[in-house]
Write a protein that binds this ligand. Structure first.
Ligand code: G
Ligand code: MN
Length: 289
């Protein structure tokens, strides 16, 4: 960065202190329970606007700054888990495939686990295959993360370079089915392929998340195929972490009747350090089949 040709104001727009973390919830379809939160990096620009990764990633040229962004988000995940970790099962963070393949990611994660003391089994790292990386380092570093207790998810599965052989060679913990496949859920071929992924997930104990679920119809079709988890605007839009609601919805998002579960407490309240109170309600829903 010291050799950057950016002007002063441009530089301030890519200075890490303007990084903010949004979160988007991930729900279990059968219960509509919120099981996880994906952290999404946003940058506050110099003029006060919010930049999406598509806007700022082109400014991050080179591995070292994008690795710094990954590490910063992993630290944010550790902080978030210290306040909300008892309410959810995991927090996921998007990391660069080059960062994973280089091995530096594993070293950083290990250092953050040691210095912050968060529970590594509550961290999921999402990686998107953007090119045909060498299999050896890819598999080895995934295995090292898993040995630390950290989970690995393949993001945007079904598009780009994500390949089936990767899944066969290196067992991962979660597959996130890309939004483009969710949009084609009525397509016979798409459904057949997804059924295959569901079989794979059962066989290898991999969690399946459908991404970009926007309608109750999509959610019900996804659920009936056997995909367990979903994420998308239907369940919650990305929002700044302090405003994120982790309690179940008051009414079923899938259109089924909501029923209170009688064998669990009606609600437990947890005070967060930011002063907000999170109510976790024991509520189960029947999904329309
Ligand atoms: O590649 P990845 O899955 O990490 O991308 C997450 C991005 O997808 C977020 O920036 C978020 O704003 C967007 N997103 C999440 N859910 C939906 C959705 O239901 N519809 C659309 N159009 N975008 C979504
Ligand atoms: Mn992601």
């Amino acid at each position: 960065m010291s050799q950057s040709s950016h002007t002063g104001s441009d530089r301030s727009s890519v200075t890490p202190q303007f990084l903010i973390a949004f979160g988007q919830t991930i729900s279990e379809l059968s219960t509509e329970r919120i099981v996880g939160v994906e952290l999404l990096a946003r940058w506050r620009s110099a003029d006060g606007g919010v930049l999406l990764p598509a806007d700022f990633l082109p400014m991050i040229d080179g591995l070292s700054l994008s690795a710094a962004l990954d590490n910063r988000m992993i630290r944010t995940a550790a902080e978030f888990l210290s306040s909300a970790g008892s309410l959810i099962e995991f927090v996921s963070v998007n990391v660069g495939a080059d960062h994973l393949v280089s091995g530096a990611l594993v070293d950083s994660v290990q250092e953050i686990v040691e210095t912050t003391g968060f529970n590594p089994t509550q961290l999921m790292l999402e990686v998107t295959e953007v090119s045909d990386h060498t299999t050896g380092p890819w598999n080895r570093n995934i295995e090292r993360l898993q040995q630390l207790g950290v989970g690995v998810a393949i993001d945007d599965f079904g598009t780009g370079f994500s390949s089936m052989t990767r899944l066969i060679d290196a067992p991962i913990n979660m597959v996130k089915v890309d939004k483009t496949l969710v949009e084609r859920i009525d397509d016979t071929g798409c459904r057949a392929l997804l059924r295959g992924i569901v079989e794979y997930a059962i066989e290898s104990d991999t969690s399946l998340v459908a991404e970009g679920v926007e309608t109750p119809t999509q959610a019900n079709k996804i659920a009936s195929l056997g995909i367990r988890y979903a994420q998308g605007f239907l369940f919650g839009r990305p929002a700044p972490l302090p405003t994120l609601r982790l309690d179940p919805p008051a009414a079923s998002k899938l259109g089924g009747p909501g029923t209170l579960s009688l064998n669990e407490p009606v609600a437990t309240a947890t005070a967060l350090p930011n002063g907000a109170t999170v109510y976790r309600q024991a509520r189960t829903f029947q999904t329309a089949s």
